[in-house]
Design a protein around this ligand. Sequence first.
Ligand code: PLP
Length: 432
Amino acid sequence: RRRSAPVDEFSALGSEALQALREELRKDYAHFQDRGLKLDLTRGKPSAEQLDFSNELLGLPGAQDFKAADGTDTRNYGGLHGLPELREIFSPLLQVPVDQLLASDNSSLSLMHDLVMHAMLFALPGGETRWVDVQRPAFLCPVPGYDRHFSICEKFGIEMIPVEPTEDGLLDIDEVERLAASDPRIKGIWLVPKYSNPTGVTVSDRTAERLAGMTTAAPDFRIFWDDAYSVHHLTDHRVTVAPIVQLCAEAGKADRVFVLGSTSKITFAGAGVSFLGSSPANLQWYLGHIAKRTIGPDKTNHLRHVRFLQDSEGVQKLMERHRDNLAPKFAKVQEILAAELGGTGVASWTEAFGGYFISLDVLDGTASEVIRLAKEAGIALTPAGSTYPYGKDPRDRNIRLAPSFPPVADLDTAMRGVVLCVKLAAVEKLLE
Ligand code: PLP
């Protein structure tokens, strides 16, 4: 994590100097607005260039190639677990034994949604009741976090309990343990274990062990281990996380975790494959329910991915192309943040070693204003509060930056606008 220098430069300025700075910033902002830009830093989507890396998929598996290794005709019904050879490729990457890993359709978010929905309606292994029969079921939500996790809870009326990070920006495992043990209403936790959305942090091995072994008041507590960025490195240092399925089994709590993943940011965001890893009992429970909604996943897409990726090393090689494309974009954002906001004391931000985001904290009480100013200058930022449950950032300070989609030149322009808005909103606040 890179934080700005601890110099409180803006707040150390006298009111006259601040007023002069405000005039200057207002002028710069007016000029910026005059450019009539239309730029977007909202969603973490792969760029068209990145999608092009996988265009070969569009011609695979080919007109004569539709049989899996075991002779299965992938064009036909069946095979709820997904193609074994695809599961083999992703088993080491997601650190789930191949017989405990399912391959599914194009979205891991839909797996998460369905897991929660089924848990609402049918008791989980180890659970005494359906979640819908629990008075005010709740989830732990480390913040800042992924808005779509929060939307699932909101939809099903699951109360969200925010868990603030430690001083170092890490998961506050003491607090998680305390809360999970304290209340049987607390049924789960959302976690992005590696290169998290949006702060880029990774769960340490010790924290993973504690999550696997902790006492929970709910017998059917589940960790939603959303490993969306497992191979999405931005540096030479390939960060690793502990194998959570194994840790839970060793702790005698095999049913505690659902591991999720997908190729949305490996191949095609809209036409990839997703994965679910868990204990045999959890998988049996899940498969029993989905067997009523589908006769099997899109196995031809599985085969297409097998032909294209070939093996786990093939995935890593493809990810190096993504990295070469993304790293300069992330570097550009870091460069502008450091040059323009470093030492101002009005912002701090994370440096991602992987994943898709940079988390920017601006002066308390100014994030909404920064986003409004940016919008009026033609730059779309993720709505204020979206990294918090119910869209409510209690300090109104967090902004999620997604550098992947725009070309570097647009990113440069957009970020120059963003830092201007951060400074202007801060100065206006300090002069209030
Ligand atoms: N999980 C996280 C943490 C994400 O950031 C995203 C997309 O931004 C997703 C899941 C969506 O995954 P999928 O495309 O597999 O539904």
